[in-house]
Design a protein around this ligand. Structure first.
Ligand code: ATP
Length: 859
């Protein structure tokens, strides 16, 4: 991987592909017989178009079922042509994209009959001529486009899909945002891990991600130009990751998994990240309860740990803090090389839905003690990575975690306060014991640094096995990210993929995407859409001024999401899942102790408060924001309103998977129709809202986070602050009670009026003072007994939510499981606030115009 290009490893990887009795045959329209040896011409940048060609790709026996010759090409030329025309009209890039694919497919046609050297040659040829291809794109005739489509139809009637040159072979894992596929480049036979992400989830969570990344916004790797403001009309959710991706694509280190491409299927919800394939999988399984018997020897530990040090040193050198080092995120390639995964980009994507995907077993167990408290301030990201490395080394050597506990809260306490044991310490190499103590030093300031690790006697085996020098290790520095890098960070492959899929569906007779397996996080979306449904219904059924709280009762959530799952069941499941399902990450914005002063200064933020997402367990530092109305003064940052530490979190329920998947299917279908409905109806209670963003995002955005953790679902509703329309400003000015601002949720198209008045508590409505609920000692003592978690929402007017209420609801949840009451009427439609309710929360005032909504959806 040192070269940073898969071709460097092609031979070894290609060797792994064994010939079997199952093959793919990709014919062009006129394929009738095996081709003659392909003539190759380099002068015009194209392979010759000489008709009859057949390529045969082979897969490991058992991986790929029988794949037949693609009939689509010959049978549906007309349909393809039509679709291509439509798409070509829509996008000027279609010719370039299809040409690029055409070129690669032309080369693939010959690959089947060429040896691996030819594969190299052709692949290199293909990539080096891509610019020539682009230059020539305008000369392409329609016929050539059609032929490209024909040649690219590698998704066959059995449902195997192909993205550009990547044939998706099988599912090898599940990430928080979708499947991870083993893919094979049809040109080179090199394998890749292709990670799927949902853009809509990314869109919904973009605000949370921004918080998570701190004031630097989208630029942990921030040397390049800033990514565009996601609130401007030209931006898309992909812009949020463009800067990060551009940098990650430039990271070249043997121990960092290589990201090759990010592909955006712009007509669909998916995007894909193409990573280096690590065929040996995770370093080791880690269990909270079971010891892993096949532990690493002293020498193996040293070898692996040295590689981890080098990888982390390289990341830290580029100001990237991993934050989630654990064996799960350390994969091994075919030759056993350790590859650190899940840095940067993965964290850009909110880890929603982990409960039904990958179990982040023991993640909290890898957290540094300084992060194991809800009120921690800024911490050194580098030191937290070192702690996690220590826990990882311990696991490798002893097969167990140094700190284990049955609840996250207790786990945090133990990590903070107790000492671990070293099994058979007297038998152990004292240098190793000393190193573990230095790594698992509770005081981050005293903890060993990467610099010191380099010369540690156990690490270097008393200088007998020294590490390569730092200069050497970090020599391959990331070069400055240019505008061009940003532009090319994410490739759009909309037209081609759409055509391929459309035709394949035609062939398969698939009518609805609902039949596809769906991520269980659709359950969450169901909850969110239910909120908007309720608000919409309430508005339509009653009066335009009907107010509703966005904080739905938890029991309602359960009813919505699980249907048949009772509250009690949910609670039980929650408890069972509490340790396994929650992947607690590195809390608030880490501060790099070794950062340059000017960088620190640039990052200095006014006071703020901590906000925790109780589903993910991730806490964010929310700097005090200016009022959405840029002319007003900044909102004073409230004290942390966190009433329970992240450790209190009961994880999202581990809903019975089958139920959830079934529900997901329904939910996705419903979402589709809901979306349509929103578009069609356009019944606006207020004039369509024109969004004008005048201030930088950091100043103008507001996140409303509703966290409901009692039973089965936690939801974070992200809304985007926009400037008030003039009419709304007037309205606000004439009604002191109605001071506030407008927020629009681009996911639903709904806009709400968020009153800025202070929060009130049921028992003391007159005070109007914001209520920051302190966790009393008594609560501390009893919280374990009550498996209902107090949700925490900052008492920010921006949130439109009241912390007192949320807390009260949560804390009373155990006693009063709400079922269709509280925030909703028995018919579950009108969420009229109960008497004495608090800040009524956002009030639906209208919807985004059709165009505006479409723009955001399409973007
Ligand atoms: N590059 C890769 N090579 C081989 N297998 C991989 C690769 N990336 C991921 N996998 C497999 O997919 C599984 C899930 O991927 P990943 O670890 O990225 O999920 P995740 O941590 O939940 O993702 P996310 O970054 O979205 O939180 C892994 O445990 C591993 O088995």
């Amino acid at each position: 991987m040192d070269s940073g290009h898969p071709l460097a490893e092609q031979q070894s990887t290609a060797d792994a592909v064994t010939v079997s009795d199952t093959t793919i045959q990709t014919n062009n329209n006129h394929a009738t017989a095996a081709p003659p040896a392909p003539p190759i011409t380099f002068d015009d940048g194209f392979l010759p178009l000489d008709g009859s060609t057949t390529t045969t790709l082979s897969f490991e026996s058992g991986i790929h079922p029988a794949l037949t010759t693609t009939e689509i090409a010959s049978a549906n030329a007309d349909t393809a042509d039509q679709l291509a025309k439509q798409l070509a009209n829509q996008q000027t890039t279609v010719l370039t994209e299809t040409l690029s694919s055409f070129t690669s497919n032309r080369s693939s046609i010959y690959n089947g009959t060429s040896n691996s050297n030819n594969n190299n040659l052709l692949s290199t040829f293909s990539s080096t001529t891509s610019s020539a291809s682009r230059r020539s794109s305008m000369q392409l005739s329609k016929v050539e486009v059609r032929e490209t489509l024909d040649a690219s139809l590698t998704e066959n009637a059995d449902g195997f899909q192909q993205l550009k040159q990547y044939i998706l072979i099988k599912e090898i894992g599940k990430g928080a945002f979708g499947k991870v596929h083993l893919a094979q480049d049809e040109n080179t036979n090199i394998r890749y891990a292709v990670k799927e992400f949902s853009k809509s989830k990314l869109r919904k969570k973009d605000k949370a991600n921004l918080f998570k990344l701190g004031p630097r916004g989208r630029g942990r790797g921030r040397r390049g130009p800033e990514a565009p403001n996601p609130l401007t009309s030209e931006s898309s959710p992909l812009d949020l990751i463009r800067g990060e991706v551009a940098i990650l694509k430039k990271l070249h280190h043997r121990n960092i998994v290589k990201l090759y491409e990010v592909l955006d299927v712009s007509a669909e919800d998916s995007m894909y990240m193409v990573f280096e394939y690590c065929e040996k999988g995770v370093l080791m399984p880690v269990s909270l309860t079971e010891k892993y018997e096949n532990v690493f020897s002293d020498a193996e530990c040293r070898d692996v740990f040295q590689q981890i040090i080098l990888g982390i040193e390289y990341l830290h050198e580029h100001d990237i803090i991993h934050r989630d080092i654990k064996p799960d995120n350390l994969l091994r390639s075919g030759d056993g090389t350790v590859k650190i995964v899940d840095f940067g980009v993965s964290e850009m994507f909110n880890k929603k839905g982990d409960d039904l995907t990958k179990k982040s077993a023991g993640s909290p167990a890898f957290m540094a003690p300084e992060l194991c408290r809800h009120d921690h301030g800024e911490v050194s990201g580098r030191a937290t990575d070192v702690w996690s490395m220590g826990v990882t080394l311990y696991c490798m050597r002893y097969g167990t975690l140094p700190y284990v506990s049955e609840s996250i809260l207790e786990m945090h306490r133990v990590i903070r306060e107790e000492d671990y044991q070293i099994p058979n310490e007297e038998m152990e190499d004292p240098r190793f014991v000393a190193l573990i103590h230095k790594l698992l030093e509770k005081d981050p300031v005293k903890r060993i640094t990467i610099e010191q690790l380099r010369v540690d006697p156990w690490i270097t085996n008393n200088d007998r096995e020294p590490l390569i020098s730092k200069d050497e290790n970090t020599a391959n520095a990331v070069t400055e990210v240019t505008e061009e890098d940003l532009r090319s960070a994410v490739q759009k492959i909309s037209s081609l993929a759409t055509v391929i899929k459309a035709i394949a569906r035609l062939k398969r007779g698939i009518k609805s995407p609902a039949s596809r397996p769906i991520s269980a996080t659709a359950v969450l979306q169901s909850f969110e859409s239910t909120i908007s449904d309720r608000m919409q219904d309430a508005d339509e059924d009653t009066t335009p001024t009907t107010t509703s709280s966005i904080t739905l009762s938890t029991a309602n959530t359960a009813a919505v999401t699980t249907g048949t799952t009772s509250v009690a069941e949910s609670k039980k499941i929650s408890l069972e899942g509490s340790m396994n399902d929650v992947s607690l990450q590195g809390g608030t914005k880490p501060v790099d102790s070794e950062q340059k002063p000017e960088e620190k200064a640039a990052e200095e933020e006014p006071q703020g408060y901590q906000m925790c997402d109780f589903e993910t367990g991730i806490c964010y530092w929310v700097p005090a924001k200016k009022s959405p109305d840029a002319t007003t003064t900044s909102t004073p940052a409230p004290e942390p309103a966190v009433t329970a530490s992240a450790a209190d979190v009961v994880a999202p329920a581990d809903i019975v998977k089958e139920d959830a998947v079934r529900e997901d299917a329904k939910v996705e279908k419903k979402e589709e129709s809901d979306k349509e409905e929103v578009r069609e109806k356009e019944v606006t209670l207020a004039p369509p809202v024109e969004i004008t963003t005048t201030a930088p995002i950091e100043d103008n955005e507001t996140t409303t986070t509703t966290t409901t953790t009692t039973t089965t679902t936690t939801t974070t509703t992200t809304t985007t602050t926009t400037n008030m329309t003039e009419s709304k400003k007037d309205e606000a000015e004439t009604d002191a009670e109605q001071e506030g601002y407008q927020v629009c949720d681009f996911a639903t198209g709904m806009c709400y009026w968020v009153p800025a008045k202070k929060a009130k508590v049921d028992s003391d409505q007159s005070t109007g003072a914001p209520t920051v609920v302190e966790k009393t000692k008594k609560e501390e003592a009893t919280k374990d007994a009550v498996p209902v978690v107090a949700a925490a929402v900052p008492s920010s007017p921006a949130s439109g939510l009241d912390p007192g209420r949320v807390t009260e609801e949560a804390s009373s949840g155990a006693k009063t499981p709400v079922s269709g009451s509280g925030s909703g009427s028995p018919n579950g439609r009108s969420p009229t606030p109960s008497p004495g309710s608090l800040n009524p929360g956002p009030r639906l005032i209208g919807k985004l115009s059709r165009d505006r909504l479409a723009m955001f959806e399409n973007s």
